[in-house]
Design a binder for this molecule. Structure first.
Ligand SMILES: NC(=O)c1ccc[n+]([C@@H]2O[C@H](COP(=O)([O-])OP(=O)(O)OC[C@H]3O[C@@H](n4cnc5c(N)ncnc54)[C@H](O)[C@@H]3O)[C@@H](O)[C@H]2O)c1
Ligand SMILES: [Zn+2]
Ligand SMILES: [Zn+2]
Length: 397
């Protein structure tokens, strides 16, 4: 089959790889009909190469149809339509029982001290082949799927794999008081969807980014937006001015470890991404550093006693965090990968024909799998208006 493979720093290619097959009785194999490219894939493309091997199949946002099931799979039969959450979970351990599927104790990648195994996400998360491919092997398939009806286009349900539960959890973890306010830093797919969900839930939302078409897209939904490139004062000062001098009740950081505006950390990340991988892994494991601009901004913007929800991924080991300010402002911090299945029951009712979150028109591009190298480049460089790109493995270029 054809699959999108990691080939090195800023290099992906579509290759022929062996078809996945049932390896364990608990596996299923699905034929992928749509698969998204996520901001998290960009970390593999840019800074986390030390944990990748050339040829690794990428992708963790998939929807498709069950092709084959192992002998121990009881919840699925060939022909079922399923969305595959980005994490693999067993559904019956201590963590899964609490809805913490990203911490599943059956699939945790203990060798690297990581939580649940993830599709297409490096050795740190189990080196499981991903879903940017014609077919995907789904381990622990009885728990690792969401059943969806046949009929509506993939666009309606695809985002249950990542964007929707991630943005929903970001808003939940932001703990915005009733009628309160939240600043969302970063308007990529995750920040954009977090704005939509927070606005739908009746909060005052202020979206912040530096990319014009991302700001326009969010503003078009009636959400207040601030363009970082036009500021004459720190963002915190501007937001305090419009919130009675306090700052917003909550802040969602939907940017993460590759924030724009940390030149020294950017240089450190870039240097380590060019080292031989064994050396780079050692460097990352001991001193790995993030660009903390967005997190520092969040600490400034949030009101005293407010909550910061970190949804953007961080990976550093020795990041300099301003403990004095966090402590003095009495800030609550919540973070983590999204526990996809935890939020499906909240989200399914929002995927009706009235489409209150605008999922049907959320993708800016739908491209054949073969266009993946261009798609990754466009998404990373934010050209061609690319915000959300969906690959279609069922069509020829
Ligand atoms: N927690 C989870 O489960 C989970 C799931 C999916 C994605 N993520 C993470 O969420 C983050 C966003 O993902 P995405 O798909 O929206 O990716 P993205 O890279 O398209 O979005 C990031 C946005 O942040 C903006 N930005 C950069 N620096 C900024 C700054 N200093 N202040 C404000 N905005 C800034 C960029 O212009 C971009 O629009 C990534 O870190 C990704 O890894 C986390
Ligand atoms: Zn993702
Ligand atoms: Zn589990």
């Amino acid at each position: 089959m054809k699959a999108v493979t990691w080939q090195g720093h800023r290099k992906v290619s579509v290759e022929s790889v062996p078809d996945p097959r049932i390896e364990e009785p608990t596996d299923a194999v699905i034929k992928v009909t749509s698969t998204g490219i996520c901001g998290s894939d960009l970390h593999l493309y840019e800074v986390l190469g030390a944990y990748m091997s050339s040829g690794d199949v990428l992708g963790h946002e998939s929807i498709g149809v069950v092709e084959e099931v192992g002998s121990a799979v009881s919840e699925l039969v060939p022909g079922d339509r399923v969305v595959i959450p980005f994490q693999i979970s067993c559904g019956h351990c201590f963590m899964c029982d609490q809805g913490l599927t990203t911490q599943c104790e059956t699939t945790q990648v203990r060798e690297y001290g990581s939580g649940a195994a993830l599709f297409g996400y490096s050795k740190l998360y189990g080196q499981i082949p991903g879903g940017q491919a014609e077919y995907l092997r789904v381990p622990r398939a009885d728990a690792t799927h969401v059943s969806v009806p046949h009929g509506p286009d993939d666009a309606r349900y695809l985002y249950l794999s990542d964007v929707l539960p991630t943005a929903w959890q970001a808003v939940e973890y932001a703990a915005v008081p009733d009628g309160g306010s939240v600043t969302v830093l970063g308007l990529g797919p995750i920040g954009d969807m977090a704005c939509r969900i927070a606005a739908y839930r009746g909060y005052r939302v202020i979206g912040v980014d530096r990319v014009p078409e991302r700001l326009v897209r969010v503003a078009a939904r009636g959400i207040e937006c601030i363009d970082l490139t036009t500021l004459d004062r720190p963002l915190g000062a501007i937001i305090r001015d419009v919130t009675g001098g306090r700052g917003t009740d909550s802040v969602i950081d939907a940017v993460g470890m590759e924030a724009h505006g940390s030149p020294l950390a950017a240089l450190a990340q870039r240097s380590s991404s060019l080292l031989p991988s064994a050396v780079a892994r050692k460097v990352n494991d001991t001193v790995g550093i993030d660009r903390l601009t967005a997190f520092d901004t969040a600490i400034d913007v949030v009101r005293r006693g407010g909550t910061i929800s970190l949804v953007g991924v961080y990976g550093g080991m020795v990041d300099p965090v301003p403990m004095r300010i966090l402590f003095d402002k009495q800030i609550q911090l919540r973070m983590g990968q999204a526990n996809v299945k935890r939020w499906i029951g909240d989200l399914l009712p929002l995927l009706g024909d009235d489409d209150p979150l605008g999922v049907e028109s959320f993708a800016t591009h739908r491209l054949p799998l073969a266009s993946a190298p261009d798609a990754y480049r466009m998404f990373q460089q934010k050209t061609d208006g690319a915000v959300k790109i969906v690959l279609d493995p069922t069509t020829e270029p």
